[in-house]
Design a protein around this ligand. Sequence first.
Ligand code: ASP
Length: 343
Amino acid sequence: MKPRILIIYTGGTIGMIEDLGTRTLKPFDFSHLMENVPKVKMLNYDIDNIQFQPPLDSSDMHTTHWKDIARSIAENYDRYDGFVVLHGTDTMAYTASALSFMLENLRKPVIITGSQLPIGEVRTDGEENLITALQIAAATDRFGLPMVREVAILFENYLWRGNRSTKRSANNFNAFKSYNYPALASIGLGIHFDTEALKRHHTGDSLSPHYELDTAVGAIDLFPGISPTTLRHQLSCPSVKGIVLRTFGAGNAPTAQWFADALRETIERGVVVLNVTQCGNGSVHSRYMGADMLSGLGVVCGHDITFEAAITKMMYLFGLGLEPGEVARRLELDLAGEMTLEN
Ligand code: ASP
């Protein structure tokens, strides 16, 4: 049996072409994309595709598009062995994180990839990324089960867990990195999977997709000198149910009374506040007074979660229609391999 793969082409540089007049890149259609990668035929897979109309620059991605991707996967789940999502790099880590929460009990590969150079260009990284993503989506273990059973990002030399990934370079071909979790696979002469790092499930539950996401969330980036007016203004944004607070180092914040008062009032109004570090690598700990003060106020600890996973996890939990207390409780749980909980 040939592996059956569904490609969902959402857009991004991989499918763009230069407009000779304006010299800007514009999305092109999928037939153009496949014409430029004749090598795909050498894989001898059964490949079908779904195309976004029009293809998007990923800066235009919205929760409705995540819903479309999740629905395309769920509705075709039994017909295919794996799924490859072609996506722009700019918001790829957000899409990967959102899908990891939306596709509960996923047991098949959802491999997201794209490229830094359009696929039609001589030095493109798109051709290799597309072919490797297809091979990973088709890979099985010695029991014939899918090797990857989660949402992952394939880019150049590595396969990363989707909800652990961050775009770290606007130029390099190795554009993504996971600062707090090992690569799921390294790509060189062969594809070397790290079976310890790959997600494995022990329950027989079938795929349970969730399509509702609540965008009533916000983010605040702390910086030395932030004024009471700025902070209060950001915390009091109407209709916001949850805020990701990007703090210093191991989850630290100013210890001033006005700062604590502003946060306490926000939490008392029922807004959920999640403490996430501004550092790429490492975790939030109550080691210093500032971080300890935040947890004393009821700010939820984000451990080593990425910003992308934090914001999409909040959208997902509020999208389930949960009360703030329950959202706060579940934010502290590792739902889809997005966080390392210390013992
Ligand atoms: N702006 C593009 C996008 O995210 C960049 C890329 O694909 O690399 O759609």
